[in-house]
Write a protein that binds this ligand. Structure first.
Ligand SMILES: Cc1cc2nc3c(=O)[nH]c(=O)nc-3n(C[C@H](O)[C@H](O)[C@H](O)COP(=O)(O)OP(=O)(O)OC[C@H]3O[C@@H](n4cnc5c(N)ncnc54)[C@H](O)[C@@H]3O)c2cc1C
Length: 504
């Protein structure tokens, strides 16, 4: 095995079948061909069995919040995977389910002929339940591979409740983990037996997706899902766009990341959260490229101290960026992996936050909005409305605005429980990066997770951190943002400064 043992586990104890026709990689979360431990392991297995490799990338219909927006993004990723795998000695089988349930027997049919099935381990959304349901019935051995973050999911032995303690632990362990990076291209210089392809009986019943047709205008119309959530006006899915964004960030924006990232007028961040969510780029590559950009070597690291700057001894902006990816992002994965059955439950908040929110649950709410008013950006607060319009139209929301957005929802809804369900609904319905450990990380942060009590105690919020639109407006440059996402811009294309427009 060329992948670290702690990234690998067996979901069942079915025997391997050395006389199978191929090794199957069931690609469900790390939808990419580079820096992907699961693909790397599938290649290792194919080499070991001396069998062809089949990469099966399905997209089902019946998942919560399925819409044209999410589907298009995933299919754009499939197009890039098809291109990256063209000419390689593997079978790439992208499959888009036309109606709910049609694809249910497909995995089992493919698995029956395989030596072993390798898949992605992902600790959030419907995927853990899917694995639980499949592992008992699949007629093959099922292997899970964790390629989610730089820190393996199984490395921490506890659930961290504050960033400082996670960061200190991460700093103690990260240098060893950096020695275990995935291969850039697991298929480079690999010789696998040639496959004659999948049997006609399978392809006739479940034809490979016609990606180009699906990406044409109206191509998704026949799939029964939410067609009102339109594809993003500004963000293209897939590994190619992710690579372009990362290169542009390193060249133009990294140097101003710590100074400008909080200003909504600016695009000083990577904009890569949708690509990270759908696995079109890996955190490993992002971290590696930033460290290379900084000419970093391991001897530059300081002793672990839990501080959010100074550990790497790189430039300030690079320290700030590495902290977002390696502390804030991965702390969310730590939580969802270890508390898989309750990370989205209100009572998973820390005791102090539950107590103060409950104490103030019955406080009068002078201003109240229901889900529909919020969804349509129909509040009296133009700053909040702009943030809501941004996510509805583009599929992402500026980082600073997300915090303000959530705090106002807490203030304007009937109860903190209702605030939670409204945030989850709007974030996951419109955000390309929604339904992610980071989604729950951010939403629960609004309600006090990973935070501490703040004084003075206020109505509704109690001692949960409070934010106002007025102070955000005073502190931040946002005039252009408010224009760009103002009510009059509804019918006009949006051209944010550094985000590329759809190219295909
Ligand atoms: C209420 C609320 C909801 C949120 N919902 C989501 C969500 O659905 N999906 C999502 O990916 N993030 C979410 N976040 C976290 C954060 O806002 C986004 O990760 C960030 O804005 C993504 O922009 P970027 O990719 O340009 O980030 P960059 O600044 O370029 O950072 C690179 C990566 O680091 C990670 N990162 C950056 N900031 C944070 C942060 N504050 N917390 C955790 N990880 C971070 C992300 O993976 C991000 O893509 C939410 C935050 C809040 C407060």
């Amino acid at each position: 095995m060329t992948i670290p043992a702690r990234r690998h586990s067996y979901a069942n104890d079915a025997p391997v079948r050395a006389d199978g026709d191929y090794v199957l990689y069931w690609m469900i979360a790390n939808r990419r061909t580079h820096y992907n431990f699961a693909l790397q392991h599938a290649v290792d297995q194919a080499k070991q069995f001396g069998k062809p490799l089949v990469i099966f990338e399905p997209l089902r219909v019946r998942y919560p919040w399925a819409s044209d927006r999410m589907h298009r993004f995933v299919i754009e990723g499939m197009r890039d995977n098809r291109e990256a795998l063209a000419g390689k000695e593997v079978v790439y089988y992208p499959y888009v389910e036309p109606t709910p349930g049609v694809a249910s027997p497909l995995l089992y049919t493919l698995a029956k002929r395989s030596c072993t099935v390798v898949t992605d381990e992902y600790p959030c959304f419907f995927l853990p339940d899917l694995i639980r349901a499949v592992k008992r019935r699949i007629p093959a051995r099922l292997e899970l591979v964790d390629s989610n973050g730089v820190m393996p999911l199984r490395s921490p032995d506890r659930t961290f409740t504050v960033a400082h303690s996670y960061r200190r632990w991460m700093q103690k362990n990260i240098l060893d983990v950096l020695l275990e990076m995935p291969k850039k291209d697991p298929l480079a210089r690999v010789k696998l037996p040639k496959s004659i392809g999948l049997p006609n009986s399978i392809l006739k019943r479940w034809p490979a997706a016609d990606l180009d047709s699906l990406l044409r205008s109206g191509g998704l119309d026949s799939i029964p899902m939410d067609h009102d959530v339109k594809p993003s006006e500004t963000i293209v899915g897939g590994a190619r766009d992710a690579g372009r964004r990362l290169a542009s960030f390193l060249k133009n924006d990294l140097r101003r990341y710590n100074e400008d990232r909080n200003h909504p007028n600016e695009s000083a961040t990577t904009g890569l959260s949708p690509h990270l969510h759908f696995g079109h780029i890996s955190a490993h590559e992002m971290v590696q490229r930033v460290l290379d950009h900084e000419d970093w070597t391991p001897d530059m690291a300081s002793p672990a101290n839990g501080k959010n700057h100074g550990f790497w001894n790189t430039t300030e902006p690079a320290e700030a960026f590495l902290d977002q990816v390696l502390t804030w992002r991965e702390m969310g994965f730590n939580r969802t992996f270890r508390e898989n059955d309750r990370y989205d439950q209100f009572d998973s908040l820390p005791d102090w936050a539950l107590a103060t929110l409950r104490k103030h649950a019955a406080d009068p709410r002078p201003e109240q909005y229901d889900l529909e008013q919020l969804e349509h950006a129909n509040t009296a607060d133009p700053i909040w409305n702009a943030a809501q319009r941004e996510i509805v139209r583009t599929g992402v929301m500026h980082n600073y605005m997300r915090m303000l957005w959530g705090k106002k929802i807490l203030q304007w809804t009937r109860s903190p429980e209702q605030a939670l369900s409204v945030m989850i609904e709007l974030n996951n319905k419109y955000g390309l990066d929604g339904r992610d450990p980071n989604s729950y990380n951010g939403i629960f942060w609004v309600l006090g997770r990973f935070d501490r009590a703040w004084g003075p105690e206020r109505p509704i919020f109690g001692s949960v951190r409070y934010m106002t639109s007025d102070s955000a407006k005073r502190k931040l440059r946002m005039d252009q943002y408010l224009l760009r996402f103002g009510p009059m811009q509804q019918d006009h294309p949006i051209e944010p400064p550094t985000i590329r427009r759809r190219d295909g």
